[in-house]
Design a protein around this ligand. Structure first.
Ligand SMILES: [Zn+2]
Length: 293
């Protein structure tokens, strides 16, 4: 797992056991069952998958060299594009009325929702494409070295990414541009204090503490649970969840690296209580045998 994290996430930090430990510790001591609402966007996720994203994976498998060339030259490229007006869910229809966007599918540095450009970008994992080189998923040496890399190209994992970015857009469009405004406020604050380093670190801390990222991650987990039987879900730990979707390691790592102790505790509390309210906590996530983590 360490080597995999290093390649995929460009972080040298170890698997974030501390955060996972906090989550499990917290889950042992709390149990409230209020239900809060998430967006029901399975049909939007399927639409995006069926209208470009699935094809992108096929394109990659058929001709990985084409993708490698783009990544190796540090470039990006759009392959497919969907207007938000095509999305079928009631949430997407309302959101399009307020704030129509375009969903571009291709090879980008990362998945993103960009409120000012009115764009969602969905990609294959840029680092994975680069690492697998011209032979792609046929690169048996690379796959043997980091077998988890294959998960970056799974339908399950990519659909979770669609859910994540669509949720950012819905939150923004249905709740009075709150993400766009928060980003602007944050920029203003930085400008006022005359700090020149409005850099990635600020964005990271903003994302991790604002709650928007958490909301999208909750939808991502909900999307993963869609494909997992109730039995299997009840046998899964937080660690298992992080192995299905490698990105969660990255997320937990970032929390550990970027936030201070109080912020981490606050995150764990919110994360756990949101999972609980959505019925996304499996039995093993509730009752943890600390010897078996
Ligand atoms: Zn996000």
């Amino acid at each position: 797992m360490d080597k995999f994290d290093k390649i995929i996430n460009e972080y040298t930090h170890n698997y974030s056991n501390d955060v996972i430990f906090c989550l499990e510790e917290y889950s042992r001591n709390h149990s409230s069952l209020l239900l809060e609402k998430t967006f029901d966007i399975d049909e939007d996720v399927d639409y995006v998958w069926d209208n470009g994203y699935r094809q992108l994976v096929t394109d990659y498998i058929d001709n990985p060299a084409r993708f490698y060339k783009i990544a190796n030259n540090a470039q990006t490229q759009k392959f497919y594009s969907i207007k938000s007006s095509s999305l079928p869910s009631q949430f997407a229809i309302k959101a399009t009325n307020n704030n129509p966007i375009v969903i571009n599918i291709g090879l980008y540095r990362s998945n993103s929702y960009q409120p000012n450009n009115k764009v969602i970008e969905l990609t294959l994992n840029y680092s994975a494409v680069n690492y697998l080189n011209i032979t792609g998923l046929d690169n048996s040496d690379s796959i043997n070295e980091v077998p988890q890399i294959v998960n970056e190209f799974n339908e399950e994992s990519l659909k979770a990414s669609i859910a994540h970015e669509i949720t950012h857009w819905l939150e923004d469009s249905l709740h009075n541009s709150k993400i766009k405004k928060a980003l602007q406020q944050y920029k203003n604050q930085i400008n006022k204090s005359k700090l020149s380093n409005f850099n990635k670190n600020f964005i990271d801390v903003f994302k991790l503490t604002s709650g928007h990222e958490l909301e999208s991650v909750i939808h991502e987990i909900k999307q993963i649970k869609r494909n997992v039987s109730e039995d299997k879900w009840n046998n899964m730990t937080f660690k298992d969840l992080a192995s299905i979707k490698p990105k969660f390691n990255h997320y937990f790592n970032k929390i550990q690296q970027k936030l201070d102790k109080d912020q981490i505790q606050d995150f764990v509390k919110k994360f756990y209580s949101r999972l609980n309210r959505e019925g996304l906590l499996g039995n093993k996530m509730r009752n943890i045998d600390l010897d078996k983590i």
